[in-house]
Design a protein around this ligand. Structure first.
Ligand code: GLN
Length: 492
């Protein structure tokens, strides 16, 4: 049974389709693995064993009835707990939503159910997806399966750790400034942020609406592409969803896996080099780059002069949007309500609820965002940040006239020890130095393992033009074919 937890999603789907294993056996194996290791990893906030068993049984029955099923039918998946799941707790990692069971499914959840994926449960995250370590979860951190004293990245640390600990073959994340890719990098797994608008935001608990992008997390590039194909596509319920066909990401991943990148131009961002990743990360990235050139790719140095302003621009835009989005948590409409004794005024109940329900990082961002949007400061902060965003977008557009993709390390440093960056928010924000520019532009980006530094995984980031998600999968799969996947030490 335990072998089933080591297989790729593609392999599991084939085993289920051929009758080699039932969806029920596959689901039971993963539930058993969660029971075995999740007290140490804490990747899950909620395990829906009953729902998963029912979904698996339905797949097995449909298969025995001779129905032809989708390419991921019967494969288990973990879902970041910021995505609404009907009847299943959805907390966004916050006390303010404790006990909330959404009355509806997010579009991406609807699509996964329709494709026959089996939802195992909800994965841990920094509160409202704000953070880079999962330490800001109101329910306690997740631990990195590579070293349980270290962070698994964030905000989607639960989704990444579940993969690295073999608790799920696939998970879903959301990426606003790096929360799919950075956890992927520090856990030795694959995380892809689709083009903004390529995957529906309907049913996501909103953080920063002009940036939030759900996407796939997996242990192989092909698996990520398979899940991407299920999640993506136009959704009339999301006004920023793109009404265009999804590129053939699965075909591109398979093409890349043949290991031929002849004629592909990789842009190396000069400004990222100057900022500097730590030496071990830079070395592993260089090895990845060498591997890609051996496959025929050409490396071109590219200047993106405004990337150095991406972090400050993001930390005005994201908090501004969050201060507006989080206004809905008022103690009236959702979840927690504090101090409603019949005597207190509405404002007082609101304020007591928000004081008790939000953690320190969320409060910091609401305060920064409210300040940046206030009438006297709007032009100096929010307005200025939007101008910088336009300049960064122009850097990308100019770069993609010269190269096919941009490449960089995903993160400046490997998984850091728990507690080492919580005292100074700026140190935490630095984790997303390389991931944030492409969020401001809106293009797709993927992190794929490229090697180890001091025994810990390093991620290689590939960024592509908007709507060219297939291109990043091709390059990432080629890199994977050259350097292989990474396997952490056994936990038990
Ligand atoms: N670490 C970044 C932040 O704290 C990114 C978060 C995300 O992508 N959700 O905002």
């Amino acid at each position: 049974m335990s072998d089933l937890t080591r297989m790729s999603a593609a392999r599991l789907a084939a085993a289920i389709a051929s009758g080699e294993a039932s969806a029920t056996e596959v689901t039971e194996a993963h539930l058993a693995r969660i029971a075995e290791v999740d007290d140490r990893v804490h990747a899950f906030l909620h395990v829906d064993a009953e729902g998963a068993r029912a979904a698996a049984l339905e797949i097995d029955e449909r298969r025995s009835a001779g129905e032809s099923l989708g390419p991921l039918a019967g494969v288990p998946v973990g879902v970041k707990d910021i995505v609404a799941t009907r009847g299943v707790p959805t907390t966004a990692g916050s006390k303010i939503l404790e006990g909330w069971r959404p009355p509806y499914d997010a579009t991406i959840v609807e699509r996964m159910r329709a494709a026959g994926l089996v939802i195992l449960g909800k994965t841990n995250l920094d509160e409202f997806a704000m953070g880079s370590s999962t330490e800001y979860s109101a329910y306690g951190p997740t631990y990195n399966p590579w070293d349980l004293t270290r962070i698994p990245g964030g905000s989607g640390g639960g989704s990444a750790a579940a993969l690295a600990a073999y608790e799920a073959p696939l998970t879903v994340g959301t990426d606003t400034g790096g929360s799919i890719r950075q956890p992927g990098a520090v856990t030795g797994t694959v995380g892809a942020k689709p083009t903004y608008g390529g995957t529906s935001r309907y049913g996501l608990v909103a953080f920063s609406s002009s940036l939030d992008t759900p996407g796939p997390c997996a242990r192989t590039v092909e698996d990520a592409a398979l899940l991407h194909a299920v999640l993506a596509g136009h959704d009339p319920r999301d006004s920023t969803s793109i009404p265009q066909p999804v590129p053939d990401v699965v075909g591109a991943a398979r093409q890349g896996a043949t290991g031929d990148l002849t004629g592909v131009r990789l842009g190396l961002v000069r400004e990222f080099g100057a900022e500097g990743a730590e030496p071990g990360v830079a070395a592993a990235f260089r090895d990845g780059l060498d591997a890609l050139t051996k496959l025929g790719a050409e490396v071109v140095e590219i200047s993106c002069p405004h990337f150095q302003y991406a972090l400050p621009a993001y930390y005005l835009i994201a908090p501004s949007e969050c201060s507006s989005n989080l206004a809905r948590f008022d103690g009236v409409r959702y979840g927690l309500r504090v101090g409603d004794d019949g005597a207190k005024a509405l404002e007082e109940v609101m304020s007591l609820t928000r004081e008790a329900g939000f953690g320190p990082e969320v409060k910091r961002r609401v305060i920064i965002g409210t300040y940046a949007l206030s009438s006297g400061y709007y032009d100096a902060y929010y307005g200025q940040a939007q101008k910088v965003r336009t300049l960064i977008t122009r850097d990308f557009t100019a770069a993609f006239e010269q190269v096919d993709v941009l490449v960089s390390p995903t993160t400046p440093f490997v998984a850091f020890p728990l507690g080492s960056r919580t005292a100074d928010p700026y140190q935490m924000y630095l984790a997303d130095l390389f991931t944030i520019p492409v969020n401001l532009y809106g293009g797709p980006a993927i992190s794929v393992p490229c090697g180890l530094s001091e025994g810990l995984p390093v991620g290689f980031q590939v960024m592509a033009p908007t709507l060219a998600d297939d291109r990043m999968y091709r390059v990432a799969a080629a890199l994977e074919s050259a350097v292989g996947t990474l396997t952490p030490r056994e936990l038990s």
